[in-house]
Ligand binder design. Structure first.
Ligand SMILES: Cc1cc2nc3c(=O)[nH]c(=O)nc-3n(C[C@H](O)[C@H](O)[C@H](O)COP(=O)(O)OP(=O)(O)OC[C@H]3O[C@@H](n4cnc5c(N)ncnc54)[C@H](O)[C@@H]3O)c2cc1C
Length: 437
């Protein structure tokens, strides 16, 4: 997670497909000198940038500074699979109602239901060039047991008015182009994007609205100052009434209680070489985003040039590129026999924040100091939506109207150990994936 600098002193992005294909980064400056702002946002991923854009949309007179340690989209936002998914990994609507009660649970479920539409609306409203394709998101079920869960998910989201569909074995076979699924469900508002392009587009939208976005300006100190906060960076200081900590899985020691409330999880991504029309025929012909019901997920989507962008997880990181270059083509050839021998062109990885119960958290860390953490691997649409929620929190919206309770961080027991063994949980998921549980 260390920040590398290139010979031009710009932060080095991972060797991702997106670093090669995204629109160029907007021009941003390094913070120099001391400034005052109404709001300082630390972290230039979807959460931070969406918060900035939402704040400006609600009150154009606000002065807002975004501090990014590297460059906008350097974290998970520029490294992910780009699947825009209006659902969580674990909690389904009934779980949400049970967790938060009928009122807040309904607000939370509605936010998740609408989160993909909100993301694509944001892209259209700000003219963001990020290869956006809103052809739906599909979750194929890999066992009969998981198909039962898919039916339940379909029913619950349908009851909430989400545009969902249920697929039998035959229908999912045609939709995905693989014979290995029992059926599945999907939501037509989902889709996929070029994730780094989206982050850069959000940064451009924030800049256009008058937000000061600073690259290579890591917050190294955060302390209470009169009735606001003082944020220190190597080049200058921001004094602000409110601060939003949007550092997610890349949070380090700036605010230790935040860091102890989650564990960072490493996920690998990879893209094939562009696949020609003939070889591609029948594979996700509708160009949806696909992620299946495995705990150790199989997921894939095409990019604009016909590369299949997929990925996977490893318990131990040694020789990761070589192992993934072997493992992922085998998996793709099993799913889609016509891809036998396919070569991976890019392999990279990133980290996202995982909470023990898989629910995200909206934190008040001090007076006027807020954070959102715990996308649990489903954060493209969620972080975009949470930008609106954080903006509301900063502006003093009635907290009963927010989709998440505002809480203080609780440390994870044996956090240092949990961080070390987080990847080992994969062994448990793989065991469960092979059974009907
Ligand atoms: C490999 C991978 C694949 C994924 N695939 C999907 C997917 O297909 N669909 C989906 O919905 N979700 C996916 N996710 C999750 C999604 O990418 C994240 O939930 C989302 O990008 C989180 O955005 P964020 O802004 O909260 O955090 P990030 O994008 O991680 O941004 C945090 C930023 O904070 C900056 N920062 C840290 N410390 C400081 C500091 N002290 N000062 C200034 N800046 C600082 C970092 O440099 C970083 O840019 C994936 C995640 C990963 C890692």
């Amino acid at each position: 997670m260390a920040l590398e600098l290139g010979i031009d002193r710009r932060p080095v992005l991972p060797p991702s497909l997106w670093a090669k294909t995204a629109v160029p980064a907007p021009d941003t400056t390094v913070l120099q000198g001391d400034v005052r702002a109404d709001v300082c946002i630390i972290g230039g991923g979807y959460t931070g940038l969406s918060t900035a854009v939402h704040l400006k949309e609600r009150d154009p007179s606000l002065s807002i500074v975004v501090l990014e340690a590297a460059e906008p989209g350097w974290g998970a936002s520029g490294r992910n699979n780009g699947q825009v998914i209006p659902a969580m990994t674990r909690p389904d609507p009934t779980d949400m109602l049970r967790e938060y009660g009928p009122d807040r649970g309904a607000l939370y479920a509605a936010m998740i239901r609408d989160s993909a539409s909100l993301t694509f609306d944001m892209i259209r409203r700000h003219g963001i060039a990020c290869e956006a394709v809103q052809n739906g998101w599909v979750q194929p079920a890999h066992t009969p047991g998981r198909m039962k869960i898919s039916e339940k998910r379909f029913r619950e989201w349908e009851a909430l008015g989400a545009p969902v569909a249920l697929y039998d074995r035959d229908a999912i076979g045609k939709l995905v182009g693989s014979p290995h699924y029992e059926g599945g469900w999907g939501n037509t508002t989902g889709g996929h994007i070029n994730p780094l392009g989206y982050a850069r587009g959000l940064a451009r939208a924030a800049l256009a609205a008058g937000v000061a976005v600073h690259r290579m300006s890591p917050a190294t100190g955060l302390e209470r100052h009169h009735d606001g906060w003082r944020v220190t960076t190597p080049g200058g200081i921001v004094t602000a009434g409110s601060v939003v900590l949007a550092t997610a899985g890349y949070s380090r020691d700036l605010w230790p209680p935040l860091v102890r409330s989650f564990v960072p999880f490493r996920n690998y991504q990879a893209a094939t070489i562009p696949i020609g029309e003939n070889q591609r025929a029948g594979i996700v012909p509708g160009n949806q985003a696909v992620s299946d019901t495995r705990g150790d997920l199989y997921f894939f989507r095409f990019d604009a040039l016909g590369r299949l962008v997929t990925g996977g997880n490893l318990i131990l990181p040694f020789s990761s590129t070589e192992r993934l270059e072997r493992m992922l083509p085998e998996r793709l050839a099993w799913l889609f026999p016509q891809l036998a021998g396919i070569r991976m062109e890019h392999v990279w990885h990133g980290h996202f924040a995982v909470t023990m119960d898989r629910y995200p958290r909206l934190f008040e860390l001090g007076p006027g100091l807020y954070s959102f953490i715990g996308c649990n691997g489903r954060g493209v649409a969620l972080s975009t939506a949470m930008g609106g929620v954080l903006a509301g929190l900063v502006l003093g919206d009635d907290r009963a109207s927010l989709p998440l309770p505002v809480t203080a961080p609780q440390p994870i027991a044996f956090h240092a150990v949990a961080r070390r063994v987080a990847q080992s949980a994969l062994a448990w998921y793989r065991w469960k994936d092979r059974r009907e549980v």
